[in-house]
Design a protein around this ligand. Structure first.
Ligand code: SF4
Length: 691
C-alpha cells in the first residue's frame, strides 16, 4: 500500500493528510503526524475525503444543450470549441463585459491564475470569486492598514498567547484546528465577543454578548479608554504607526458609558475586558465571519487592528490583529486570481505590467487594467440584461449568494450558462447550456496557501480515468480553443504555471521564488515570503517582527470613520435579527460535498431550522420542531423548524447556512469598501406556520 501526503481542500487550515492507496483506491486517510499545522489531528471532513473517489465519476464528459434543446455528450474537444465560439459570439454582439465568471476559494493557485489570465487579460471581462462572500473585508482591511494584504500571524501564536480574544469567530465548529491549538494552550485566558453564545463561547473563560454589529463601537471605545489611561505603547506608535493623533481625537466620541449603551455590555463587563487586555503580556485578537460579513466590515476589522497597533501588540509571539480565513485557498486566490490585484501588483503600475507581460510572454496591453466588477455587480448585470453569459466554477451561488432568489432570476435570463463542478446536481446546475465535470481534489495537482500564508502541495492521490479532466485541464482546453498562444506555449501544466507565478512574486511581499513545486511534496509547507537562496530555518514564521509594514515609510496606517447607521434596523414589522453561520463541524457550506459522507448525513438535520430564544418561543406558544414562517426585509419568506435555546439573544434568530432557505432571507446589503454581503443582520418577522 502506498502512502501519499496531500492536503484537505475544504477549509483554510489546509490540514495535511496521509492517504493510504492500493490499486488506485483509497483504503484509509490519516492526518499527517509532524505537519506543523495539524500534527496528527483533523476534522471529519478531511477524514472523509476518500468518499469523493467514487461519487465524482458521473458524468465523465461534458454535457451540452444542443440546438434542439436536448442534452448530449459530444466530447471534450467539441465542447471546448463550442464554448470558445459562444464566448466570442456573445462578446462580439454585446461587448466584452457581456461575459462574466464566478469562481471560488477552493481551486488551486494555478487554476486561479490560468482562469484569471483567460478571463481578465485575454477576454477583457470580469470574474469574481466566492471569496467575496467571506474574506473580501479582511483583504481590504489589510491593504488599507498595512499597505498590502499580508496577515502576519502563524498558527503557533494561538499556543503562545496568554490572552486570546475571538471576535465573531466560532472555531469549535468552523475551524477545529484553530480550536485544537487554543485548547493546547494551557496558560491562556480565552475571551469570546459574539452576539450568540456559540459553541466556542460556551468554552471560553469570559464571554461578552455584544449587540450585533456593534464591534467597531466597542473597539473604538476600548481604544479611547486605553489612550485616556495612557496604557498604550508610545514607542511602537512613534516608530511604526501613522495617524495616531487623528485617531486619538476621533475615539474621544466613544466614551465607555456610551459604548456600554450601544453595545449592550455593562460597564462592569467593559472594565473587566479592559483589565484582561491590559494585564495580558501576549494578547492576540482573532476575527472571522462575524466581522467580515457586515455592512461595516472593513472598518470593524480595522478597529481591532487599530487597538492592537496602539498597544504595540504586533510582530511578537502570541500577538496580532488576526483574520481567520474561510476557504482552503482563499489566500491563493487573493494573490493570483487577477481579480482584485494584478497577480499581487497594482493594475496601473507600468513596471509591474511590463514585468508580468514579460513573464507571461504576452502583450502588456492585454493585461487587465483594474479590479474586476464585484460579485453583486455581476449578478445585477445579468438581471439588468447587460451580462448575457456566465461561467461558474466550483461554486453554488443559487444557494450561497445573499438574497439568493436574485441568482435564480439571473439564471433564467442568461443566454449562455456554463457550470463547471464535480457535481451535476448542485442547485446552481439547472438550466445550463454546458456542464463541465471536473474531478475532485484527490485526482489533481497544484498548490494551496492556508490562512497563515503556508504553501502546501495538493498531490494526485488516485489516477483519474482516461476521459476525466481536472479544472486546470478544462481551463487549458478552453484557452486552446480560444487560440490563446501564450497559454498554449507556456502554461501546459500546473508546474509550468507555478514557475511563472514564482517569477511574478519576485521582490513582492509574497515572494515565493525560493519555493520548489516538487519540493513541497512530503514537506512541512512553507509560509511566504520565501525568497530564492533563503534557508528555511523554522516552520513557524510571522511577519512584522521588525515592525515594518508595506507602505513606503514602512508604517501601518490607522483607518477609521464614524460608525454608519445600520441599513437594516429592527422595526415593528421586522423585529428580529436574522443571524447566520455554520451549523456543525461536518457540514460544509452548501453541503454539495459533505452530503456524500454518510456519517455527517446521519447526524445532520435534513430540513432547514432556526434557533430562537426560550422567551420568544413561550410568547409564540412554540415547541421544539414546530414550524414557523420567517418574512425577511428583502421581501422573501421561508419556512423553518424551530429549536429553542437561551444561547441566542431574545431578539435574535440564528439560522445554520447549509439550507437554501437561509440565504433566501439574507439581504442585498454590502460593506461599501469590500462589497462583501452583510449575511448576519437581515431583519425578519416570525409567524407560526399556517397549516
Ligand atoms: S476541513 Fe479544515 S480543519 Fe477539517 S480536515 Fe479539512 S482543513 Fe482540516
Amino acid at each position: 500500500m502506498k502512502k501519499i501526503q496531500s492536503l484537505c481542500n475544504y477549509c483554510a487550515i489546509d490540514c495535511n493528510l496521509d492517504f493510504y492507496v492500493e490499486d488506485n483506491h483509497i483504503m484509509a486517510v490519516k492526518p499527517t503526524k509532524g505537519y506543523p499545522v495539524n500534527d496528527g489531528f483533523c476534522c471529519i471532513k478531511g477524514l472523509s475525503l476518500d468518499k469523493q473517489q467514487t461519487v465524482v465519476d458521473k458524468p465523465h464528459t461534458p454535457r451540452v444543450r444542443m440546438e434542439d434543446g436536448t442534452y448530449q455528450y459530444p466530447g471534450w474537444d467539441y465542447t471546448f470549441n463550442y464554448i470558445a465560439k459562444r464566448f466570442r459570439e456573445i462578446q462580439e454582439k454585446y461587448g466584452n463585459e457581456a461575459l462574466a465568471g464566478i469562481s471560488t476559494g477552493q481551486l488551486t493557485l494555478e487554476e486561479f491564475a490560468i482562469n484569471g489570465h483567460i478571463m481578465r487579460d485575454h477576454l477583457h471581462t470580469n470574474v469574481d470569486g466566492n471569496t467575496r462572500l467571506c474574506m473580501a473585508s479582511a483583504v481590504v482591511a489589510h491593504k488599507q492598514e498595512y499597505g498590502f494584504d499580508a496577515p502576519g500571524f502563524t498558527l503557533e501564536d494561538l499556543e503562545l498567547s496568554d490572552t486570546i480574544i475571538l471576535v465573531g469567530a466560532n472555531p469549535v465548529v468552523a475551524h477545529p484546528i484553530v480550536w485544537d491549538r487554543i485548547r493546547k494552550n494551557q496558560n491562556k485566558k480565552l475571551i469570546v465577543i459574539d452576539s450568540r453564545k456559540s459553541e466556542t463561547a460556551k468554552n471560553a473563560d469570559y464571554f461578552y454578548p455584544i449587540k450585533t454589529k456593534m464591534d467597531s463601537t466597542l473597539f473604538y471605545g476600548l481604544a479611547n479608554y486605553f489612550i485616556e489611561k495612557d496604557w498604550i505603547d508610545h514607542e511602537f506608535i512613534n516608530q511604526h504607526v501613522n495617524r495616531f493623533d487623528e485617531y486619538k481625537e476621533f475615539v474621544k466620541d466613544f466614551p465607555l458609558e456610551q459604548v456600554s449603551k450601544d453595545t449592550h455590555l455593562s460597564m462592569e463587563q467593559l472594565l473587566e475586558l479592559v483589565e484582561l487586555i491590559h494585564s495580558g503580556k501576549r494578547v492576540s485578537m482573532w476575527w472571522t465571519m462575524g466581522i467580515n460579513q457586515s455592512h461595516n466590515a472593513v472598518r470593524a476589522a480595522q478597529s481591532i487592528m487599530n487597538l492592537q497597533l496602539i498597544l504595540g501588540n504586533y510582530g511578537k509571539p502570541g500577538t496580532g490583529g488576526n483574520s481567520i480565513t474561510g476557504q482552503c485557498n482563499a489566500m491563493g486566490s487573493r494573490l493570483f486570481s487577477n481579480q482584485s490585484s494584478l497577480y499581487g501588483h497594482e493594475f496601473t503600475d507600468s513596471d509591474s505590467r511590463k514585468k508580468i507581460a514579460d513573464i507571461f510572454h504576452c502583450d502588456e496591453r492585454i493585461l487587465a487594467e483594474g479590479p474586476t466588477k464585484t460579485y453583486d455587480q455581476i449578478i445585477d448585470g445579468i438581471n439588468d440584461g447587460t451580462i448575457k453569459a456566465l461561467w461558474i466554477l466550483c461554486t453554488n451561488p443559487r444557494h450561497s449568494w445573499t438574497n439568493n432568489e436574485t441568482f435564480r432570476q439571473a439564471m433564467e435570463k442568461l443566454e449562455f450558462y456554463v457550470v463547471q463542478d464535480i457535481y451535476d446536481d448542485i442547485e446552481s446546475a439547472e438550466n445550463y447550456d454546458v456542464f463541465l465535470p471536473a474531478v475532485s481534489g484527490i485526482k489533481k495537482e497544484g498548490t494551496y496557501v492556508n490562512l497563515e500564508r503556508r504553501l502546501s502541495r495538493l498531490v494526485s492521490v488516485i489516477e483519474p480515468d482516461e476521459d476525466e479532466k481536472n479544472d486546470y485541464q478544462i481551463m487549458y482546453g478552453i484557452a486552446k480553443a480560444l487560440g490563446l498562444q501564450d497559454i498554449i506555449d507556456y502554461w501546459k501544466t500546473p508546474e509550468d504555471c507555478f514557475n511563472l507565478l514564482k517569477e511574478v512574486s519576485r521582490n513582492r511581499p509574497f515572494d515565493i521564488t525560493g519555493v520548489d513545486f516538487r519540493g513541497l511534496e512530503n514537506s512541512h509547507g512553507i509560509q511566504w515570503p520565501f525568497k530564492e537562496g533563503e534557508e528555511l530555518k523554522e516552520d513557524q514564521r510571522r511577519l512584522y517582527s521588525d515592525g515594518k509594514f508595506f507602505y513606503p515609510d514602512q508604517k501601518a496606517v490607522l483607518q477609521f470613520e464614524p460608525v454608519p447607521k445600520n441599513p437594516m434596523p429592527q422595526t415593528e414589522q421586522f423585529p428580529y435579527i436574522f443571524n447566520t453561520g455554520r451549523g456543525s463541524v461536518g457540514q460544509w457550506h452548501t453541503q454539495s460535498r459533505t452530503r456524500e459522507v454518510q456519517f455527517i448525513e446521519n447526524v445532520s438535520l435534513h430540513h432547514p431550522y432556526i434557533y430562537i430564544h426560550t422567551k420568544l418561543a413561550k410568547e409564540m406558544g412554540l415547541k421544539h420542531e414546530d414550524w414557523v414562517t420567517l418574512d425577511s426585509c428583502n421581501g422573501q419568506s421561508a419556512d423553518f423548524a424551530v429549536r429553542i435555546t437561551d444561547d441566542v439573544q431574545e431578539d435574535e434568530i440564528f439560522c445554520p447556512m447549509h439550507y437554501i432557505e437561509c440565504n433566501k432571507l439574507t439581504a442585498s446589503v454590502y460593506d461599501p469598501y469590500s462589497k462583501e454581503p452583510s449575511y448576519k443582520s437581515a431583519v425578519v418577522n416570525l409567524r407560526v406556520k399556517e397549516r
